[in-house]
Design a protein around this ligand. Structure first.
Ligand code: PDD
Length: 285
């Protein structure tokens, strides 16, 4: 069951007009929110980022946070799985094709997909990644539905039987095609700083909080391509992948080619945090 413009319906029955600006221009923003045991994880953070994305494209938020929460809860109960991945999508609505903003209501859609956390075997082996030049626009802090560069970049990984494409802009690590990237260098966890060149990852923020809470040496600073290539560990995070180790980068092993100590600790803390968070129920950050 999905939500589309005020109604709940089976996905097969949902239609949007061909003049929707999401279809014509990629003119919209989105969010992906993980749901564990039917509770959205870090909802407030996702809604805050949604607000930031909407402001970035000058589109008025069609709902208050309480209204969003209510809509999301209704989508969650109308779908079977306890663990879901909610996809929120807002476009500038339906209008005759013209670049200038129209005065029409936005299109609002919420989809749910089953959320399956990474398998035990992938967690144990880690995943391969490739690198590429980050050729996206310079407002990567906006979660735009115009994902053509990300799609093309991710396909480079698919073509190489890898899981992700890690992006480098002007000699510095930015992020993955659909994930945040950390490296471990000289036994310090390094995170590229938030800027207009990367998406403010909700999972990224959790990882930095966990590092601080558990005295794991970490630093938020620019990471050079050379540091990425000679890192002891490379970690990938996202709402759907949680935390995974990257154990091969292009043609080279990362460290000894196995998930390392930082990954093991952070993964364990993340799972524990998730469980505590869900048990606390209404407590949100
Ligand atoms: N992508 N950077 C990019 C470019 C992303 O697309 C994502 C997530 C992240 C990680 O953000 P978070 O931890 O808040 O999920 C970083 C989602 C999952 C997607 O597009 O499907």
């Amino acid at each position: 069951m999905i939500y589309l413009n005020g109604k709940f319906m089976p996905i097969e029955e949902a239609c949007i007009p061909v003049l929707d600006r999401g279809f014509i221009f990629g003119d919209g923003v989105y969010e992906v929110i993980p749901v564990y045991s039917r509770k959205p994880f870090r909802l407030t953070k996702h809604l805050r980022r949604l607000q930031h994305s909407l402001e970035g494209i000058r589109l008025t938020n069609p709902h208050s946070n309480a209204e969003w929460q209510h809509l999301l809860e209704q989508v969650i109960v109308q779908n079977d799985e306890n663990d879901q991945s909610l996809y929120l999508h807002i476009t500038r609505g339906v209008a005759k094709r013209d670049h200038a903003f129209p005065s029409v209501p936005p299109t609002v859609m919420i989809l749910s997909n089953p959320l399956s956390s990474p398998s035990v075997s992938l967690l144990a082996s880690g995943v391969p990644a490739v690198t590429a030049i980050d050729n996206r626009w310079i407002r990567c802090d906006i979660k735009s539905i115009s994902l053509l560069p990300n799609v093309l970049l991710r396909q480079l990984a698919v073509d190489a039987n890898a899981a992700e494409t890690i992006l480098i802009r002007d000699g510095y690590l930015t992020e993955g095609s659909a994930s945040s990237i950390f490296v471990v260098k000289d036994q310090v966890l390094l995170a590229p700083p938030q800027s207009h060149l990367i998406l403010p990852g909700v999972t990224y923020e959790v990882v930095l909080e966990l590092a601080a809470a558990h005295n794991i040496a970490h630093e938020v600073r620019e990471v050079t391509e050379e540091e990425l290539r000679s890192a002891e560990e490379v970690l990938l995070t996202s709402s759907t992948k949680e935390i995974m180790a990257v154990t091969r980068l292009d043609d080279q092993l990362v460290g000894n080619g196995k998930p390392g100590r930082f990954f093991a600790k952070l993964h364990q803390h993340y799972q524990h945090y998730k469980e505590t968070y869900m048990r606390a129920g209404s407590v949100d950050k």
